[in-house]
Design a protein around this ligand. Structure first.
Ligand code: AMP
Ligand code: MG
Length: 520
């Protein structure tokens, strides 16, 4: 590579923590270390399909860099820059409530920790760049449809103000990947792709759980102290470990409150998919609540138990934090700080949820009785089959004193059901009008508050699927249009009505358009 590359690396995870450099890359149990040196597996024909220029500039890259040959080569895994040190990390996890043992980066390869001119640390991680010692029986690759979904949603969540890992690039590999999308024995070749994810740290709850489960206290201790040093530099002193756990708990609470605010369903909240920084991580069979239903999950693999349905996400995060607390327990003589940390989660979630709920309803302050007001609204939305995103946005435009059901018709999935619930809506609006009259804000202030909390555009699964179908045919127009709209999700944009619509009837049962499997 002849061109100078403006990225500087300081790989602390692989420098300060124990790892291995295996001669051969064979799937196996890897004991006693937190990472394995690996090389991305080159691909046939890298084609850059999408980039985030906002993120790129934060890293110190210019738009010209995104078009350069080196960019496509590096972010497809075909070459490694000076200063990078590719590794796959070692973690375990609880999957669907059960301890799963070692999992690890089976198809993620961290290229290195980039430090920008402002001194910010950004780890660059390829997803789908080939096998690692943690690939178990799988291929280390990712298909275009799931990679595009991860790219789009990462950047959309960031624009929505939801803590998340970012995505720098989406690169088609020019190689097929075989997947059994319906788990019915009909495997098919699909186009492959690689996403470059970016975050200050990709450390997961499962990184702590694995050494704890193996009784490797020394390794656990090293990881905890390293994580505090690198990822929580504001924490120090004799209570550092307790403060660390409480801070992870608080951040997780705030993250989940945001999910509930925007109607995001992660779909696979296993502890290996929980970030220590409280970032949304691992976009798989995620989805967006459309017709409001707290029992909905987009993940067909979880259709039976619905463990990770929309409404239980706050409880699941609590469960996951207690799994982390159990992993950390050997480092605490007295377990009280861990219990306090769990309480810190509850408090942080409730505080954030109250603030966000007030914003969603356009109230300057949240009162105890507002809980019932909101819960009754949600009950009505479920009974009447109302689109969550469209409804809250519309609510900001209504004259609360005179609004009727027909004013929210764009958000209704089933007119017959909605008509049956018309009186309930009128009753609720009357209560809401009374509450709003009792609030200290002007109508304009109320509307501004609601517009900042209730997005117009979210990456509904069928919108992503349309972009996927077009991209698979070589047409990137849909993807670019979707990305442009999602970059400003709270602002109504010209000619973008089709991105702010109820799920169309054709999308209800089409694979990928509402529900989808884990196959990716
Ligand atoms: P996920 O359900 O995406 O969180 O993945 C769970 C585990 O399976 C992680 O250890 C992944 O690295 C691994 N995994 C998922 N898909 C693949 C794949 N195609 N190749 C290798 N490992 C994979
Ligand atoms: Mg995962």
């Amino acid at each position: 590579m002849d061109e100078p590359v403006p990225l500087r690396f300081d790989n602390r995870f692989s420098t300060e923590l124990p790892g291995e450099d295996p001669a051969v890359n064979r799937p196996r149990q890897v004991e006693g270390v937190l990472w394995s040196a690996v090389s991305p597996t080159p691909v046939a024909e890298p084609t850059v399909l999408a980039t985030s220029s906002a993120l790129a500039s934060q890293l110190g890259l210019e738009d010209a860099d995104l078009e350069s040959t080196w960019f496509a080569q590096v972010f497809s895994g075909n070459s490694v820059l000076p200063g990078m040190r590719p590794i796959a990390t070692n973690y375990g996890g609880h999957q669907f409530g059960h301890w799963a043992g070692q999992l690890g980066d089976g198809r993620a390869i961290s290229l290195g920790e980039c430090v920008n001119n402002a001194g910010e640390r950004w780890e660059l991680q390829l997803k789908g760049a080939g096998p690692t010692p943690y690939s178990r029986s799988a291929d280390g690759r990712a298909v275009l449809r799931s990679s595009l979904r991860e790219f789009v949603c990462s950047e959309a969540m960031h624009a929505l103000g939801v803590p998340t890992t970012r995505a720098l690039s989406l690169v088609a590999t020019g190689e097929p990947v075989v997947r059994d999308m319906f788990y019915d024995g009909n495997a098919q070749a699909e186009p492959g792709a690689v996403v470059c994810r970016v975050a200050p740290s990709f450390t997961r709850f499962g990184h702590f759980e694995l050494p704890a489960a193996r009784g490797d206290r020394a390794l656990l201790e090293k990881l905890v102290d390293f994580t505090i040093r690198r990822d929580f530099p504001e924490i120090s002193g004799t209570h550092a470990r307790a403060d660390f756990f409480a801070e992870v708990a608080r951040r997780t609470g705030v993250m989940v409150a945001h999910w509930m605010r925007v109607g995001f369903v992660h779909g696979v909240m296993n502890t290996d998919n929980m970030s220590i920084l409280g970032l949304t991580i691992d976009y798989g069979p995620y989805g967006w609540v459309e017709d409001f239903d707290p029992n909905w999950t987009p993940n067909t693999t979880d259709a039976q138990g619905r463990r990770y349905r929309f409404g239980t996400q706050p409880q699941i995060a609590h469960w996951n934090l207690s799994a982390l607390a159990s992993a950390l327990a050997p480092l605490f003589e007295d377990q009280t700080p861990l219990h306090s940390g769990m309480n810190a989660y509850v408090e942080a979630f409730q505080t954030a949820q109250a603030r966000m709920s007030a914003d969603k309803l356009g109230l300057a302050e949240w009162r105890e009785s507002d809980h019932a007001l909101l819960q009754d609204l949600y009950r009505w939305m479920q009974a009447a089959q109302v689109d969550m995103t469209l409804f809250f946005r519309r609510l900001a435009e209504l004259d609360v004193a005179s609004a009727t059901l027909s004013d929210v018709s764009a958000a209704l999935y089933d007119q017959v059901r909605a008509d049956r619930e018309a009186q309930a809506f009128a009753d609720w609006m009357a209560r809401y009008a009374g509450r709003v009259a009792n609030d200290s804000q002007t109508p304009a202030e109320r509307q501004r508050r609601m517009h900042a909390a209730n997005p117009v555009y979210v990456p509904r699964n069928w919108l992503c699927q349309q972009a996927i179908d077009a991209a698979a045919q070589g047409d990137l127009g849909e993807l670019n249009a979707l990305l442009a709209v999602l970059a400003n999700p709270y602002a109504e944009q010209a000619n973008a009505e089709r991105f702010a619509q109820r799920r169309p009837e054709w999308a209800r049962n089409r694979p990928g358009c509402s529900a989808l499997s884990c196959s990716s």
